[in-house]
Design a protein around this ligand. Structure first.
Ligand SMILES: NC(=O)c1ccc[n+]([C@@H]2O[C@H](COP(=O)([O-])OP(=O)(O)OC[C@H]3O[C@@H](n4cnc5c(N)ncnc54)[C@H](OP(=O)(O)O)[C@@H]3O)[C@@H](O)[C@H]2O)c1
Length: 297
């Protein structure tokens, strides 16, 4: 079923369900963009500031969903998102639901299947920024769902972040992109904090370190496309920088950490992976060979 996006003036009426830190920012962006905005939150007072700026407060989820063709959901967990949407009953049919609630790919796909079964269109979005950055031209939101729906909703959705994009027709894909980015972030942050412990133990300020070594650290990102290509092609041959060359540096890092009484778990974990791969005959392979460890079930 195709939702008709009736408009008030030129702006699509938008409903926002969930006014936590993020939902409040989302509703604020739609209001600021001139969209008639209806809001609902379990704790109704959290809507007060938005109502003062012109939002309409709905008494029930059903009323909120009935208020307009575009329904944005942003709550804590997809079980809650689904439960709230269920309470809208047949008001959901013909609506376009954009669920921006974080979860696993299976949870998200389940909500998508259910909502589409109720006659709604469905996009899932993964917000890649914090609430104060909603609406910023550089803010990223990954969307998954039908391109026809995304294209139609784009004039409203672009208000949430200038670098929003449709990455797949699968509503489960955006959360995987989000997890992948976060996984890289945590690995990087843990590596940096381990380095920070090492440098601080020596009395070296991190700012001073970054003045000299910041460019070397930033350049590490430039390795990713070649690693990605090797993993995609499942071809781990490499001319320079083979796994065997990582081993001595890792051993030094672990020995230095131990000698200083600094936690060595993070580099020791990496050392184990590299030593094991070398033991399995991959000494001359690209670092990408370690995918075989991570992909193990
Ligand atoms: N905050 C961020 O910077 C950020 C960034 C990226 C993604 N996100 C994602 O955005 C979503 C919302 O995050 P948030 O930071 O806005 O969380 P939050 O401030 O804790 O707000 C949670 C929202 O969920 C509602 N809620 C929780 N349990 C409920 C229930 N059983 N029934 C009805 N409503 C319920 C809350 O209603 P009440 O007000 O009544 O408690 C509130 O509206 C999450 O999926 C989060 O991972 C947030």
């Amino acid at each position: 079923m195709t939702t008709t996006l009736e408009t008030t003036g030129t702006r699509t009426p938008v409903t926002v369900i969930g006014l936590g830190e993020m939902g409040t920012a989302l509703a604020g962006a739609f209001l600021e963009g001139g969209h008639p905005t209806t809001v609902w939150n379990r704790t109704p007072e959290r809507a007060d500031a938005l109502v003062a700026k012109g939002a309409r407060r709905a008494a029930t989820v059903r009323d909120a969903v009935a208020a307009g063709p575009l329904v944005v959901v942003n709550v804590k967990g997809n079980a809650v998102a689904r439960e709230l949407l269920e309470s809208a009953g047949d008001a959901l049919a013909g609506r376009a639901v954009v669920n921006l609630t974080d979860g696993t790919s299976a949870e998200v796909r389940e909500v998508a299947r259910w909502a589409e079964g109720q006659g709604a269109e469905y996009l899932h979005g993964q917000i890649m920024t914090i609430a104060p950055a909603i609406g910023h031209p550089d803010s990223v939101v990954f969307y998954g769902g039908a391109s026809t729906v995304y294209d139609r909703l784009h004039p409203a959705l672009r208000l949430l972040g200038g670098r929003g994009s449709l990455i797949a027709d699968d509503p489960g894909a955006p959360v995987l992109y989000g997890m992948a980015v976060h996984g890289v972030m945590w690995g990087t942050l843990n590596g940096f904090l381990h380095a920070a412990a090492l440098l601080s133990d020596e009395g070296i300020e991190l700012g001073r370190f970054l003045e000299s070594a910041g460019a070397s650290v930033s350049a590490l990102v430039s390795f990713l496309p070649s690693i990605a290509d090797a993993v995609d092609r499942d071809d781990h041959a490499v001319e320079y920088g083979a796994l065997k060359h990582h081993l001595p540096s890792l051993e030094d890092l672990v020995r230095e950490s131990r000698a200083r009484g600094i936690d060595d778990e993070f580099p020791a974990y990496t050392l184990d992976l590299v030593a094991k791969a070398i033991g399995e005959g991959h000494a001359d392979d690209n670092y990408s060979r370690l995918i075989e460890h991570f992909a193990r079930r």
